[in-house]
Structure formats: structure tokens, C-alpha cells
Design a protein around this ligand. Structure first.
Ligand code: PMP
Length: 453
């Protein structure tokens, strides 16, 4: 791109755009990186510099950028029809996708409600669960439970069940009350392997048992990011916790709501994170990877039991009055179908296992570096924490803004990194190859040396 055009765009960016999750003053005398092209695992800026998209464009991308089959699906759908209302009208891509999602998600999730982003999928789950209990006459069941460190989106319902102080606490006066439970965190396991996992799971489940024993009559649902709390700091949680939670929710009549907005579609090495624990939730939220990260779309799946509580004569007023303008967008649904075909044709999940093994090996090298602690991995997601004194878990002073420095230095080494505080992570696309992850790890080591000496 010509330098003059680039400078003009960056001037306008600064004049008119307010970027999300961004302190805009940080850009007063520094430019945003202007992107010109994206292909496969790479993103290119206006100066022709190439970066690995190690966070899959906010945890969305699966098969790489610019996949020809996805582009073809968009073209074909646009040749037929573009966006249409999805209430009273229906269309083949929305119908076919719903059927396929019912077939591939955990057993018992038989109905699909469309919306258009992760937060709205969570809002739908909350309202659906709440209305269910009202409609079956258990009107005291109005409260929700969430985990410390959880992140379910930025709309107010999702923030009400959010457990990240930095993002959520300011908005407290606007939120509904929900119960916060301690999150199981595998970093706290004293023993390695299954014994440590059981111990961590049990310590957190004790609290749930206490709450359910006291409050079950007032509880509608328990929302959880299965196996992996993303935005809260890449906290990895044991399968035993999810299994215990499933049993408790069933025993006490509380909906288990699995927020797989981020973990769905293979990112954790299985199609859905719930599969690691072999459990089925009552409600499941999906977005991001649903369209391979190409188009905005989301779904909330639920059981027949929940759906049936809304199914009655109109006069009974059991209708679910919820919907968004871009609900079930046909182009997005066509892309999602193309993505699911790719999973079959390119044996995406099988291929990803080879990369996942290579990633485990590459992380071994990073784990030996100074300042690095708690290297952890689930499928194509890996994370580690940076400390001034890693052994004693003594943090860097906040004013050093280590995470921000890593982000900046990443560009110099051809990496798009997006640390959460002083936690560095990869959220790799399923198209990443073993060579990619080895290269990314080597570049990360250079970034660490650059920033930490
Ligand atoms: N749930 C989870 C687990 C998420 O990670 C996110 C977004 N990172 C959301 C919900 C919200 O999705 P969106 O940003 O599309 O609203």
C-alpha cells in the first residue's frame, strides 16, 4: 500500500474509530497495525509484513483466512439470496445447519435458536432458562450461578454472570444478582495427573454442593465455560469438575448451561469441550468457530424438555419473545455448513491432533525459560504466566506492563500475540501445521528475550 494512503487511513482511524477493549490514549502517538491481507494462518499489514495469527482473530478462525471453499459458499449463497428475516420465513441454510448441529453436539440438545454473536447466545440461554421455570410453575427459580474468572460476553445479562473484576465490577449497579462460585484451576493441583485433577475438582464442587443444598429452589441455571476459562486468564479446569457439576445440576433441577462460544468446533482437540468430560448440558451456546470465524452467527441449543415448556397455544403467552435483526443470516449459515463439510473432507480434527502433539513438544522449550511458569495446554490452546520470579510466583510490577510489551515485541517477530495481563497464550487455528507451531514457539522465545532480557 502506498505510504500516503496508509497514513491517511491511520489518520482517519485515529479521528473516527473507537476500538474495543482498547485504551485509545495508548494510540495517541503510536499507530494501530493496518491490515491489508489475510491468507491461511497469516495476516499481512500495509507494509507487507507477515504475522502469524496466533489468536485466530479473537479465537474465531478455524481453517485459515481466505479458504477458497468458504469464499465459494459465500458467493453461491449471495447469488441465491442475501439476508432475510428469520421469523415466519425460513431457509435451507438455516434448516440444514440446525439439523447438523443437533447431530454433532452432545446428546439431548435437539433444538437450535439462532442469534448473531456470542453474547447474544448467552443472553438467549439466560432468558430461555428463566422463562422455562416460570412456565412450568417453579417461579422461585430465578437465579443464576457462575464461576469466578468467567467471561460470557459484554451485554448486561452476560456481564451479570461475568467473574472478571477488571471488565465487570464497574457495572454492578446495572446487573442482576447471581451467585459466584470458586473456579477449579488446574494450576492449583498439588499432585500431577488424575489425583490432582480430582482434588481440584472436589475442592470447587464442595462449594456448589453447599449452595445447591441451601438454594436449589431459587436457582435456574449454572453457566460455565467447559474445561477452559478463556478471557479470565486461560484457566484450565478438570473434566471431573464438569462431571460433578452435571450430576449436581441433574439432582437439584438446575440447568447446566455450557458456554462453548470459544471452545466449540475443535479448538480443544475435540469437537466440543464437553466431550472431554462426556457430559451433555441442558443448554449450549456456540459462536466464533461456528462459521469458521468468517461471519457473525451464533446458536443456543436446548433440550426437548426446555423447548416443550414454550410450546403451547399463543393465548397462553408462552412464546419466547426474543430475536435479532441478523438472526440466522443465510450467508453465515451457508458458511457454517461449508465449514462443517471441510471438517469431514479435510479430516480437520484428525490432522489437528498431529499439530497438538507438536505444540506440546514446543511448549517444553518455553517451559525451561526464565520468568515462565504454569505452562498449560488443551488442544490448540496453550498458555503460560510470566513472573519476575517464576519459582516464587512473584509478579512483575504492573507498571512494567509486560503483557503490552510482549504484544508490541510480537509484531517485530512476526507474531500477533494478545496477552491477558501477564499471561501469554496461543489460540491457534485448526489449520496450523506442526512446522507453524515450532516456528511460533521459536519466535515467542525471541520475543521473551527481547522483553525480559
Ligand atoms: N462466551 C465466551 C466464552 C467468550 O469467550 C466470548 C468472547 N470472547 C463470548 C461469550 C462473547 O462472544 P462475543 O464477543 O461474540 O459477544
Amino acid at each position: 500500500m502506498k505510504e500516503t494512503i496508509k497514513q491517511e487511513l491511520l489518520r482517519k482511524d485515529r479521528s473516527y474509530v473507537w476500538h474495543p477493549f482498547t485504551q485509545m490514549k495508548d494510540y495517541a502517538d503510536r499507530d494501530h497495525v493496518l491490515i491489508e491481507k489475510a491468507e491461511g494462518i497469516y495476516i499481512y499489514d500495509a507494509d507487507g509484513r507477515r504475522f502469524y495469527d496466533t489468536v485466530s482473530s479473537w479465537w474465531c478462525n478455524l481453517h485459515g483466512h481466505g479458504h477458497p471453499r468458504i469464499k465459494e459458499a459465500i458467493r453461491q449463497q449471495l447469488d441465491q439470496f442475501d439476508h432475510i428475516m428469520f421469523s415466519g420465513l425460513t431457509h435451507a441454510p438455516g434448516i440444514e445447519l440446525a439439523e447438523q448441529l443437533v447431530n454433532i453436539t452432545p446428546a439431548g440438545l435437539n433444538k437450535v435458536f439462532y442469534s448473531d454473536n456470542g453474547s447474544t447466545a448467552v443472553e438467549v440461554a439466560i432468558k430461555m432458562s428463566f422463562q422455562y421455570w416460570q412456565q412450568i410453575g417453579r417461579t422461585s427459580k430465578t437465579k443464576f450461578v457462575f464461576l469466578d474468572g468467567s467471561y460470557h460476553g459484554d451485554t448486561l445479562g452476560a456481564v451479570s454472570v461475568g467473574g472478571v473484576q477488571l471488565y465487570h465490577s464497574l457495572f454492578k449497579p446495572l446487573l442482576f444478582h447471581a451467585h459466584r462460585m470458586p473456579a477449579p484451576d488446574l494450576r492449583q493441583a498439588r499432585a500431577v495427573g488424575p489425583e490432582g485433577e480430582r482434588e481440584v475438582a472436589e475442592a470447587a464442587l464442595v462449594k456448589v454442593r453447599e449452595l445447591f443444598g441451601r438454594e436449589a429452589d431459587t436457582l435456574a441455571g449454572f453457566i460455565v465455560e467447559p474445561m477452559l476459562q478463556g478471557a479470565g486468564g486461560m484457566i484450565m479446569t478438570p473434566a471431573a469438575y464438569l462431571q460433578g457439576l452435571r450430576e449436581l445440576c441433574t439432582a437439584h433441577g438446575v440447568h447446566l448451561i455450557a458456554d462453548e462460544v470459544a471452545t466449540g468446533f475443535g479448538r480443544t482437540g475435540k469437537m466440543f469441550a464437553c466431550e472431554h468430560a462426556e457430559i451433555s448440558p441442558d443448554i449450549m451456546c456456540l459462536s466464533k468457530g461456528l462459521t469458521a470465524g468468517i461471519m457473525p452467527l451464533s446458536v443456543t441449543l436446548c433440550t426437548d424438555d426446555i423447548y416443550d415448556a414454550f410450546y403451547d397455544d399463543y393465548a397462553t403467552q408462552k412464546t419466547f419473545f426474543h430475536g435479532h435483526s441478523f438472526t440466522g443470516n443465510p450467508v453465515a449459515c451457508a458458511v457454517a455448513l461449508a465449514s462443517l463439510r471441510l471438517f469431514e473432507e479435510e479430516r480437520t480434527l484428525e490432522q489437528a491432533q498431529i499439530t497438538i502433539a507438536a505444540l506440546a513438544e514446543a511448549l517444553g522449550g518455553i517451559a525451561r525459560l526464565p520468568h515462565v511458569a504454569d505452562v498449560r495446554q488443551l488442544g490448540l490452546v496453550a498458555a503460560f504466566d510470566l513472573y519476575e520470579d517464576a519459582e516464587r510466583r512473584h509478579p512483575f510490577p504492573p507498571e512494567r506492563r509486560i503483557g503490552a510489551a510482549m504484544y508490541e515485541a510480537g509484531f517485530e517477530e512476526g507474531l500477533i500475540l494478545r496477552p491477558l495481563g501477564d499471561t501469554l497464550y496461543y489460540w491457534l487455528p485448526l489449520c496450523a501445521t506442526p512446522d507453524d507451531v515450532r516456528d511460533i514457539a521459536a519466535r515467542t522465545e525471541r520475543v521473551l528475550r527481547r522483553v525480559l532480557g
